[in-house]
Design a protein around this ligand. Structure first.
Ligand code: 173
Length: 321
């Protein structure tokens, strides 16, 4: 027996070492609320590849999939409960976790401003308390939403029109008498094709990812609000990371956020691309346009404060200008 003891000791030592090595590399599961073929997801897959390349032995991310894996409006819940570790989503898709999520569309200050003015800390206080989440990074901003239509209007009045929405647009479109219908992005094309809807709310960009230009005649200008898309992580998982893992994840997430100026030029190109695809712009006189944007904002904040009397006013201080 004694002959084997050193070998056993060696095996035990090796097992212990590899055990430590395993403990130091963690793999986090990420799911996207946007369809896999969306440009947002392509950018996120590039980011994941970069995280995995530099993160060997520390942290890896495993992309589980898009809405086929977890439906768009369930991704927030999946992050909250730890069914997945990281979600790639927008606040409007997880109002079933907390109504505050949709308030981020009202941001007039940038993510960089919010990291300095206390906004980011407030968001994380709310996200932790109500969503068991940490808001890692905002990766889409500087992007207005628009109304897209297949019927012409000559004033900001959507009476008689059936419009696809998410919580982003609900109260504003209803204030213009629209008949509204909530769907995930994945269902918009078919709804347009079948004539179930006369239009939809969507950002200035990323229409082409899902081929909606084929079924879209008009875009209403001006845009309103500020599209927000972010990486959110289950708070228990976040807390369980070693300091090295957490620092690495934070560094990579913040590097992704630091690219947000990209959207400014991309949005100009996308507007051009829409014109080239034959999408015509509907707009109003200057006073009407100004009133349109102001109304969006007023309706948005009134609803935000109604939905969250506790945090709505606090968020307004750091998000609005
Ligand atoms: O229209 C939507 O599906 C929506 O709410 C949204 C929000 C942010 C980015 C893209 C779409």
């Amino acid at each position: 027996m004694t002959r084997f003891a050193p070998r056993l000791a060696l095996a035990a030592a090796l097992a212990a070492i590899s055990g430590i090595a395993c403990a130091q590399e963690i793999t986090l599961r990420l799911v996207s609320a946007f369809p896999e073929n969306a440009f947002y997801v392509k950018r996120t897959l590039d980011w994941i590849a970069d995280v995995n390349k530099d993160g060997k032995g520390v942290l890896q991310i495993n992309f589980i999939g898009g809405p086929k894996a977890i439906p768009t409006f369930e991704v927030g819940k999946a992050v909250q409960t730890g069914v997945v570790d990281i979600g790639f989503s927008t606040g409007a898709y997880y109002t079933n976790v907390m109504p505050e999520a949709d308030i981020l569309k009202l941001s007039e200050t940038s993510a960089a401003d919010q990291r300095k003015n206390g906004g980011f800390d407030l968001i994380n206080k709310i996200w932790a308390e109500k969503g068991n989440m940490r808001y890692l990074a905002k990766v889409v901003e500087f992007t207005p939403f628009h109304i897209y239509l297949n019927k012409k209007i000559d004033k900001p009045d959507l009476t008689g029109l059936k419009i696809r929405i998410t919580p982003v647009y609900r109260e504003f479109f209803q204030s213009m008498n629209a008949q509204v219908m909530t769907t995930a992005p994945g269902e918009v094309y078919t709804a347009l094709e079948r004539g179930v809807i006369d239009g939809y709310g969507w950002p200035i960009h990323a229409l082409f990812d899902l081929n909606w230009q084929e079924k879209t005649k008009y875009r209403v200008d001006p845009g309103f609000y500020n599209a927000e898309v972010a990486l959110i992580i289950n708070l228990d998982k976040y807390k369980s990371l070693t300091p090295a893992q957490r620092d690495y994840l934070e560094r990579k997430a913040q590097a992704y956020e630091a690219q947000n100026d990209f959207w400014k030029s991309y949005n100009q190109q996308e507007a051009k691309r829409q014109a080239e695809a034959g999408i015509q712009v509907i707009t109003f006189d200057a006073a009407t346009n100004k009133a349109f944007v102001e109304k969006a904002k007023d309706v948005g904040w009134a609803n935000a404060i109604k939905a969250s009397p506790q945090y709505g006013p606090q968020l307004q201080k750091v998000l609005a200008k």
